[in-house]
Design a protein around this ligand. Sequence first.
Ligand SMILES: [Zn+2]
Length: 419
Amino acid sequence: MKILGKYSIGLGDRFGHQGSAQLKAIIAASEKGIDITPVWNKSNREHNTIGTQPGDVRIEADSVTKSAGFSKPYFVDADHINIDTVDRFIECSDFFTIDVASYIGKKADEKDILEFLKGAEKYTGELNIAGTELSFKISKSQIRLIAEKYLFAANRAWDIFRKIEKAKGSGNFITEVSMDEVGQPQTPVELFFILKMLADENIPVQTIAPKFSGRFNKGIDYVGDPLLFAREFESDLLIIDYAVKQFGLPENLKMSIHSGSDKFSIYPLIGSIIKKSDRGIHVKTAGTTWLEEVIGLAESGGEGLDFVKEIYIKSLEKIEELCAPYADVIDIKVSSLPSKQEVSEWNSGKFSDSLTHIPGNSDYNPDMRQLIHVAYKFAASQMKDYFRLLELNEQTVSKCVYENIYYRHICRLFDIRKG
Ligand SMILES: [Zn+2]
């Protein structure tokens, strides 16, 4: 059976040019004693926007790992797929993020609900998580509500899983189940019963991506109380551990954090909790690399700077259309966005400082950063020019990509000190 390593990072590379720079960050971490499995992920939405095929991600992952002599495992993740979109991902992917968010809240057949309730009955009353201080009071009616909300989604996860398994064979891929792109976070008790549902369906889930409290906006820091997040995260980890033992789920089942890039205020907390409890983690960081390409072109000046200014100006004009598909994961204050006139006068330094995620830098503008995050379709619509500029300024761009993933993300998450 394919097993995902203890620590893994989802590396998105929308335009397929930064795989080497990303891998360099993984290799730098392993030289510091932190082994991280790279997982290249790209969602159906991103493929459609850019006009790429899932097979392109496989080609890139194979070629960058080969040329770096990287002999450890790596994966290609069919990110956020469902029953309608999975087909073209099956051959080239060996990691599948089964997205059940859109099925949550739809009611399963009463017969299935009753069957689930029967199996879950023994967890009513006081549920104490052995060896911890965590305990919950669980009523029958509460379990019914959870079943009514999530059982249908778990059934659909099984349909999707079986479709993949039939094509690829048992044990030949990693399964993740995601439910992050919804309005409401799941509570630890909900997570517990969701894991029971997945276990009842015999889905060997190795990573689970719940929605947490607070906001995980794309490409910027966590919005919420970091200490409350830490408490929730720790409870969820204990629940996962307990569920693994109770339901016979894969022992390496771990948390996957979606929209996980740039959450600098909670990385040290996540890092210390997983270290203390000896748990693994998967963090998806997809869009942050595209932002570094924009920053790298801005720093390159000349035509590169003009190109990214134009992307920003176009995105200002199409802001509503760009943001609509990302409603749950971006939050832009329009009044904080610089105007077209202002930006057209900016030099390289001002543009790149506005976008670069350095908290405390007075020029850093998280609203502009979120807007550019979702504006990649404007680069896709001038792909030939965009690729020419990326290649022309490769050194500057790949340095930005590497430094962002390694210093700002990996070092903070895994407490790697400079030097
Ligand atoms: Zn996600």
